[in-house]
Design a binder for this molecule. Structure first.
Ligand SMILES: Nc1nc2c(ncn2[C@@H]2O[C@H](COP(=O)(O)OP(=O)(O)O)[C@@H](O)[C@H]2O)c(=O)[nH]1
Ligand SMILES: [Mg+2]
Length: 290
């Protein structure tokens, strides 16, 4: 998304454009903001109807009306922990979106809430990936379960959950390999991991979290569609929200796939993680002053 999308949206209201031109420009701006063509068209049409049916006083009123129209698509949902047994969260996403970093931040977040966290280095594809998680685990003073590079991710998950049960650990965060985004690999690998979890924790369901990089725009939607069809995504983790991009993709994902968001990454430090706040998110996206 271009810098200052919200500000540009606001400035659109200040220009005295012809009626039709205004809505065309609005639609273009929404597409630039990564909301996707169908959301952009819907908002533009609905806003046109809104303006026809009443006398619109101000730019603020229009922005708030857009916010009201978008809000059904933007929902927050934090993972629900299962009392008395480890809650397993699989962190999924293509390479470089921020999975490993977000796991470290989540470990820090849950420990501050008093949870006992263990990390599973199930991205066994590259030695560097295991080392990266290991560095975080040491810094955080958090237990990690790892095996040698190239080993079976399922075996790592098995070991982690088995040991977490005996140690009464409450949150299991599983790092996964980005290469799994070819659909057949992904489905096979994750079904296996799901079976392992189900075998060790009968009746529990692991929480599938998908990391979306705010800066990837339309690609983010395609990734969400692929992962959601493959395994069913429970919630999104939006990373790199500290960039110029304000994550409009989330609106599109929410509308078409009904996936809520759990956390937002706002930097590279452990404390740079926030529970997703839909109200704040929309205000920032649309440039509504708080
Ligand atoms: N600015 C910023 N950088 C991030 C954020 N999350 C991750 N990164 C960076 O993105 C890069 C890739 O992250 P990594 O966790 O290795 O991605 P993975 O391949 O999905 O595991 C690293 O340089 C991270 O520091 C974030 O919220 N903000
Ligand atoms: Mg990684």
């Amino acid at each position: 998304m271009k810098r200052g999308f919200g500000r540009r949206l606001a400035s659109l209201f200040n220009r005295s454009l012809k009626y039709e031109d205004f809505f065309e420009d609005l639609e273009d701006l929404l597409i630039e903001g990564d909301l996707g063509a169908s959301v952009a068209m819907e908002i533009s049409d609905d806003l046109k109807d809104y303006c026809r049916s009443r006398k619109v006083g101000s730019e603020e009123e229009l922005l708030l009306e857009i916010k009201r129209m978008l809000s059904p698509y933007v929902r927050a949902s934090l993972p629900k922990l299962t009392p008395g047994s480890p809650s397993v969260m699989l962190v999924l996403g293509v390479n470089g979106v921020g999975k490993t970093t977000t796991i470290a931040k989540m470990a820090s977040y849950y420990r501050q809430l008093g949870e006992e966290v263990v990390l599973a280095a199930a991205d066994t594809f590259r030695a560097a990936a295991i080392d990266q998680l290991d560095v975080h685990a040491k810094r955080l003073g958090c237990r990690i379960v790892k095996q040698s590079p190239g080993s079976d991710p399922g075996a790592v998950v098995y070991d982690t959950i088995q040991s977490a049960k005996t140690r009464n650990e409450t949150v299991v965060l599983v790092d996964t390999a980005g290469r799994m985004h070819t659909k057949t690999n992904l489905v096979k690998e994750l079904q296996k991991i799901h079976r392992i979890i189900e075998g060790l924790l009968p009746g529990s369901r692991c929480i599938n979290l998908l990391v979306i990089d705010a800066t990837t725009g339309q690609n983010g939607f395609q990734q969400a569609e692929l992962f959601h069809q493959a395994v069913g995504i429970d919630a999104l983790l939006l990373t790199k929200y500290d960039s110029a991009s304000k994550g409009g993709t989330l609106v599109q994902i929410g509308k078409k796939l009904q996936i809520p968001a759990a956390f937002v990454g706002v930097g590279e430090r452990y404390e740079d993680l926030r529970p997703f706040d839909p109200d704040e998110f929309l205000d920032t996206l649309l440039g509504i002053p708080s």
